[in-house]
Design a protein around this ligand. Structure first.
Ligand code: ADP
Length: 261
């Protein structure tokens, strides 16, 4: 639709602009960081400027993280879409996800039976999972449940009426849900826009969900979001079934990793 095209063009130009700025910015940050560290080497911790230099270093490092994220977002990465088994990839990503979330969050993965394969670059699957997990973590400061499940779904013409961006066909559904703070209508409307964030200065970049959206659309899929303030959020990602099967078989058991405290 026209709206989608507009969104894609916006992402493209914003991405290119951000990449250029981030690149130049990164060069200058290297100078700031280098000089602050050089100056610090000439004094001892009891010097009156030590704390100032310390703060400059921390701020420059944090800025460096943001510019690196911007660069990752704008870079046209070489991708290699191939038939993959989402159960296997989610299974393999679990360790990384556990490291991202807090102690008080339980990660539950429920792989769907006889899952169809989808055509996608495996690193894109990781990117989607990591971005959604980071958001779920931030939405559950007091702990909770992060659950991931997969399932084969067939969408009829009729069922598509109720799903935004949906076309009839066979899909693998990847659902990532949390029991966090949830979102109101006014936030939900903007979440996929680049640079939209409610996380406050220096915390969010607003690029996580824009990246997820871009990856899913690029692979012919779509996303539906359900959220209730105070109760939690569920991201339902639909990826088209691949006509060829993925090479490997994966285990199909629910795993409850880390019980919340
Ligand atoms: P960032 O995480 O840097 O803020 P994102 O694009 O990933 O950027 O998310 C945009 C905004 O969407 C967040 O700032 C937050 O307000 C909202 N959001 C995303 N995921 C969730 C979630 N699981 N629960 C509640 N709010 C969320």
């Amino acid at each position: 639709t026209e709206e989608q095209l507009r969104q894609a063009l916006k992402m493209e130009s914003v991405g290119r602009l951000a990449g250029g700025v981030a690149h130049d910015f990164n060069n200058m940050l290297t100078v700031i960081l280098g000089q602050a560290q050089l100056a610090q080497m000439k004094i001892t911790p009891d010097h009156e400027l030590w704390q100032s230099l310390e703060q400059i270093t921390t701020a420059a490092q944090r800025s460096g993280q943001i510019t690196r994220q911007l660069l990752a977002f704008s870079r046209k990465e070489i991708i290699d879409p191939r038939p993959v088994d989402l159960n296997q990839l989610v299974g393999e990503a679990q360790k990384t996800l556990l490291r991202l979330i807090e102690e008080s969050i339980t990660l539950n993965f429920c792989p769907g039976a006889d899952l169809w394969s989808v055509k996608m670059d495996p690193s894109q699957v990781d990117q989607v999972l990591v971005n959604l997990a980071v958001n779920a973590r931030d939405a559950m400061p007091d702990g909770g449940l992060l659950s991931i499940h997969t399932e084969n779904v067939h969408l009829s013409q009729k069922s598509c009426q109720y799903l935004r961006d949906a076309l009839p066909g066979d899909y693998v559904q990847l659902v990532v849900s949390d029991t966090g703070v949830g979102m109101g209508e006014e936030v939900l409307e903007h979440i996929f826009e680049p640079f939209y964030t409610t996380k406050g200065l220096g915390k969010g970049t607003g690029l996580g969900l824009a990246t997820v959206y871009g990856i899913v659309r690029q692979n012919g899929g779509f996303i539906n979001v359900y959220s209730e303030v105070g109760h939690g959020t569920s991201f339902k990602i639909y990826l088209p079934r691949s006509s060829s099967a993925a090479p490997a078989e994966a285990q199909r058991r629910c795993t409850d990793v880390r019980i919340g405290t």
